[in-house]
Design a protein around this ligand. Structure first.
Ligand code: XIL
Length: 407
């Protein structure tokens, strides 16, 4: 089937499924001594807080998202259990962030565990919260090789399905979910981690079974089909292709650039690239900038093309370190704070260039981070801005100071 025919099949599916599923920026002036100036929406009331003993939910704590609101939204991954009103977790989410994504609840295995079963409860709950508190929702993620149930790829006898069957399942999956959230989920990570560690298409079941279906010489047809289907289902949603190490591996950034360039030239509706940014404390921010510049060349094809930071955290272990404990010496903490500050300086720069409007952290406290169990289990990691007791870390204050100094 040629791409044109494929697109008309997609359109037909989209029509079928839509029928079936009718269903002030405030700036914070730094205090020259120990405290900080926190402002409320209405007043410029000055509150001095003890930086060593302030919790993220405290009334007089600053708000991270308000501090950066003139540049970009600040978000976090979270879980439905965090949405219980009156809890500290809930207070932190409302106060500190304005864009949210479910850490696991909107992945294929959670939302579409078997062919006839869709679980919308978790994301419905987040959408309801977002509507009430005027927050943005990122849907993560529609198509991924991981946390994706086997039923997509096998028939009842356990044989691998044909390309036609998998394309049909892919289109139904994307169309049903995106239609359900039309106008409610602002951004979708349509495809996640389609490239391998240093670039080149990942050898996933999606790739193996669908491959170069239209015979045009490239093998990312499943990605093209997913984006077209998502766009048909909600033309106003921002559609992102999300991946890791784009900020650190030049070869991976170039692979992503080449692939997305070719797709944009064919008219595939991709709005931007998501940089997960699971970095560590040795990250070189100049390299991050130059890799992002490679991706931003896509603006020569689509001047509105954007990047988003989608899963930021900073491990206290380098990738080849297998230890489980790290000593948080003053020097270490200083380097950690500096790297985070340099990254946020870069984000401000990119926002001022009009290419970045959203920075999402992969969690809102060290205790919940996936980096306590990945890639080494039983580890104690400290990759985020808020500690295990929900106290604001020095890194958090460095970022508040940065925002104040740039305002
Ligand atoms: C992680 C979650 O944080 C864990 O709870 C889960 O066990 C595995 O997935 N890249 C992604 C995220 O796109 O979905 C991953 O989230 C982290 C790496």
């Amino acid at each position: 089937m040629k791409m044109k025919q494929l697109l008309s099949v997609l359109l037909a599916f989209a029509i079928l499924f839509s029928a079936l599923t009718a269903c002030g920026s405030t700036s914070d002036e730094p205090d020259s001594t120990a405290g900080t100036t926190s402002s409320t929406e209405a007043t410029e009331e000055v509150v001095t807080v003890d930086r060593d003993n302030t919790y993220a939910y405290d009334e007089d704590a600053p708000s991270l998202y308000e501090a950066f609101s003139q540049w970009f939204k600040v978000g976090t991954a979270m879980n439905p259990s965090d949405l219980e009103e009156g809890t500290e977790e809930f207070e932190i989410l409302v106060k500190q962030y304005n864009v949210f994504t479910l850490e696991n609840g909107s992945k294929p295995d959670a939302m579409h565990p078997s062919e006839d079963v869709y679980n919308f409860d978790a994301l419905d709950q987040l959408v309801e919260f977002a509507n009430e508190y005027d927050k943005t929702v990122r849907g993560h993620t529609l198509i991924w090789h991981s946390q994706c149930p086997d039923w997509f790829f096998y028939d009842d006898e356990g044989n691998t399905v044909s390309a036609e069957v998998l394309i049909e399942r892919l289109i139904e999956h994307v169309t049903t979910i995106v239609s359900h959230y039309k106008g409610e989920v602002d951004v979708w990570d349509v495809c996640n981690e389609v490239l391998g560690d240093s670039g080149g298409l990942r050898d996933s079941m999606w790739y193996q079974i669908i491959g170069d279906y239209d015979g045009d010489g490239d093998s990312y047809d499943y990605i093209e089909i997913a984006f077209v289907a998502a766009h048909e289902a909600d033309p106003d949603a921002r559609l992102i292709i999300n991946d890791y190490s784009l900020e650190s591996s030049e070869s991976k950034a170039i692979s992503m650039y080449m692939m997305v360039k070719s797709m944009l030239e064919q008219g595939i509706p991709i709005d931007g690239i998501g940089l997960q940014m699971h970095v560590d404390y040795t990250i070189d921010v100049d390299t991050v900038r130059s890799n992002i510049d490679i991706l931003l060349k896509l603006r020569n094809i689509d001047p509105d093309f954007v990047i988003e930071v989608t899963e930021l955290d900073m491990s206290c272990f380098t990738w080849d370190d297998t230890s489980t404990e790290v000593e948080l010496t003053d020097e270490f903490v200083e380097q950690f704070d500096t790297k985070y500050t340099e990254l946020f300086e870069l984000f401000i720069e990119l926002a001022e260039e009009g290419v970045l409007d959203s920075v999402v952290m992969w969690g809102y406290n060290d205790g919940m981070s996936w980096l306590n169990s990945y890639p080494v289990s039983g580890r104690t990691n400290y990759p985020l801005l808020i500690d295990r007791d929900y106290k604001l870390k020095s890194t958090y204050w460095s970022l508040i100071d940065l925002a104040a100094s740039k305002s």
